[in-house]
Design a protein around this ligand. Structure first.
Ligand code: PEP
Ligand code: MG
Length: 589
């Protein structure tokens, strides 16, 4: 099926000159002006269709040609490896070359075209899957690993078949010194992690939404990004000049000189504005009527603690620990985790660090762990996953406890929906303490335990949960998804993903009010907290603790210092009983 529906998701204007403008969703502010580097096709996005009788020979030739060209490419790469390249690299290239000519892959795929009239991509991925499953079932670990070689080789061939040139080339050819803008169908969180090491000026993808983890990682890297562009990856070519506007969600491909000049000016004034905001770093965070508001940072990797401090964060409100677990074939050891957590605790110099236990599942999967659930967002995710994998959970809890010996640590449990999950978590923490006692290792006596409020059930029945915990943190990204029954990663329904829906606001208000009654702090750590257009709304709901990407802290602080909480409370209270979403702009009058 070709995804025509996806084409409609972005408005495409193409003129007779090579310039075009694509509209998507801006998810990380800023401007990027640079050259496109297209990220390769993946097996997941293959188009399936049947070809007619007379097209069979041509289709077989197309596949044979792509297989041959990929093989040649690998031979050339092997021949041009520098002398000091690791020996394994040459061996790997030759394994890949052999796979390409293996009859089990090539001949069988060609037969699928002949017999079933599959298109070349479909035939290749079908046969690849069969081989991958055969490798996965092998006892020998080395042979099992070859399954991923099959996948990599197939992705390479698919890239050639799609005619989009090479997969991602980190060292861009063509002699340009311009910054690079990554264009992809989608970027998985694990791929984003791999991309972190390289320098990119921007990201543009066909798929995605404001709270997809790709968008979150782009924001945390401070790199402008536009998602939900529909077909950007097939419309642009390596080396195209592009202007990416991460606020408006537009991409200008091969723009005229006048547009380049205008955007360079906008880019400079955006950078100037950021420099001006930096002056707010050390001023108090309080409203005009003197209400102190605590501003915390969300981080994904330990080295982002520096960014949190540089933006004046009062502490870490959300350390998404799953990013330590992703993009790798094995699990991080207790020592590795302890090092990561304690690095953050030490870097924050006595400020609290809230470490969220593993929130794997839904769009964040461990390497090699295929999602088999029909509705992964409703499946074995987050605390459910951890309680189902007690060894993994115990390892993480011991590492977190040990980090608490270096400064204030709080444990945050994602996706809580039942009281028994809190009871089981407390029991797991108690047994982790016993194990550390037996080893004679240190940890803080008192560690606060909190829960993410992201399942509507707990937000509705919040009071006893609040009483059983030391703090609450509202994960609006998931709370919106589960309240409105909108997949947060599905761009086909992204227009219905509405943070301003009265039901969402009432759940937030309910949670904040319960916190006040029970006497525990309540924060918002979802993307709403970092959207400065929503700061007044959240203040009006009674929120006094915000946690967001470090890059957004000063924007939000500026809003807070201009707002009058008591006046906002009345205005927002009225909005909660309406059927229609509140207009946040109305809170400025
Ligand atoms: C949330 O759901 O709002 C949240 C902060 O968690 P994540 O985005 O990691 O699911
Ligand atoms: Mg969440």
């Amino acid at each position: 099926m070709t995804s025509l529906a996806k084409v409609n998701n972005s408005r495409i204007e193409k003129s007779s000159n090579p310039m075009m403008c694509l509209y998507g969703q801006g998810v990380a502010r800023g401007y990027a002006i640079g050259r496109v580097v297209v990220m390769g096709a993946t097996a997941l996005e293959v188009v399936h269709y049947r070809i007619s009788d007379h097209a069979v020979e041509a289709e077989k030739n197309r596949l044979s040609h792509a297989l041959k060209s990929t093989q040649l490419e690998m031979q050339e790469m092997a021949a041009s490896l520098p002398d000091d390249a690791p020996r394994e690299l040459a061996a790997l290239l030759s394994v890949h070359g052999m796979l390409l000519s293996d009859p089990l892959l090539a001949d069988q795929a060609l037969s699928l075209i002949e017999e079933k009239h599959y298109n070349a991509e479909w035939a290749l991925t079908t046969q690849g899957q069969i081989l991958g499953e055969q490798f996965a079932a092998m006892e020998d670990e080395y042979l099992r690993e070859r399954g991923s070689d099959v996948r990599q080789v197939i992705e390479r061939v698919l890239t050639l078949l799609s005619g989009s040139g090479s997969s991602l080339k980190l060292d861009h050819e063509g002699g340009h010194d311009d910054p690079l803008i990554v264009v992809a169908h989608d970027i998985s969180p694990a791929e984003m992690i791999r991309l972190r090491g390289a320098r990119f000026a921007g990201f543009a993808t066909d798929l995605g939404g404001a709270t997809s983890h790709t968008a979150i990682v782009a924001r945390s890297m401070g790199v402008p990004a536009v998602v939900a562009l529909g077909h950007v990856r097939t419309l642009v070519r390596d080396g195209d000049m592009v202007i990416l506007d991460g606020a408006n969600g537009t991409i200008l491909v091969n723009p005229p000189e006048a547009a380049l000049q205008e955007y360079r000016r906008l880019q400079q004034s955006y950078l100037d504005e950021r420099a001006e905001l930096a002056l707010l770093k050390d001023v108090p965070s309080e409203t005009l009527d003197g209400i102190p508001i605590e501003l915390y940072a969300n981080i994904e990797l330990p080295d982002e603690a520096e960014l949190a401090l540089a933006n004046g964060a009062a502490g870490i409100g959300l350390f998404r620990s799953e990013f330590l677990f992703m993009g790798r074939p094995d699990l991080p050891s207790e020592e590795e985790q302890y090092l990561a957590y304690s690095t953050v605790v030490k870097a924050m110099q006595g400020r609290p660090v809230t470490i969220r236990t593993l929130d794997i599942g839904a769009d964040k999967t461990l390497d090699g762990e295929a999602t088999v659930a029909t509705n992964p967002a409703l499946g074995l995710r987050a605390i459910r996953y951890c309680l189902a994998h007690p060894d993994l959970f115990a390892t993480q809890l011991r590492a977190i406890l040990r980090a608490s010996a270096h400064g204030p640590v709080r444990i945050l449990i994602p996706m809580i929906a039942h009281m028994h999950e809190i009871v089981a978590t407390r029991a797991a923490i108690a047994s982790a303490r016993h194990e550390l006692d037996a080893r004679g290792q240190k940890y803080a006596e008192r560690i606060e335990l909190g829960a993410m409020v992201e399942v509507p059930a707990i937000a509705i029945a919040i009071e006893p949960f609040a009483a059983a915990l030391d703090f609450l943190s509202i994960g609006t990204n998931d709370l919106i998804q589960y309240t409105l029954a909108i997949d947060r990663t599905d761009n086909e329904v992204s227009s219905l993903y509405d943070p301003l829906h009265p039901a969402v606001l009432r759940l937030i208000a309910n949670t904040i009010n319960a916190g006040v009654r029970v006497g525990i702090p309540v924060s918002v750590c979802g993307e709403m907290a970092g959207d400065s257009n929503l700061t007044r709304l959240l203040l009006g709901l009674g929120l006094t603790v915000f946690s967001m990407h470090p890059q957004q802290l000063l924007d939000v602080k500026r809003e807070i210092r201009d707002a009058h909480t008591n006046a906002l409370r009345n205005k927002v209270a009225n909005a909660l009983n309406r059927a229609h979403p509140i207009d946040p702009a109305a809170l400025y009058h």
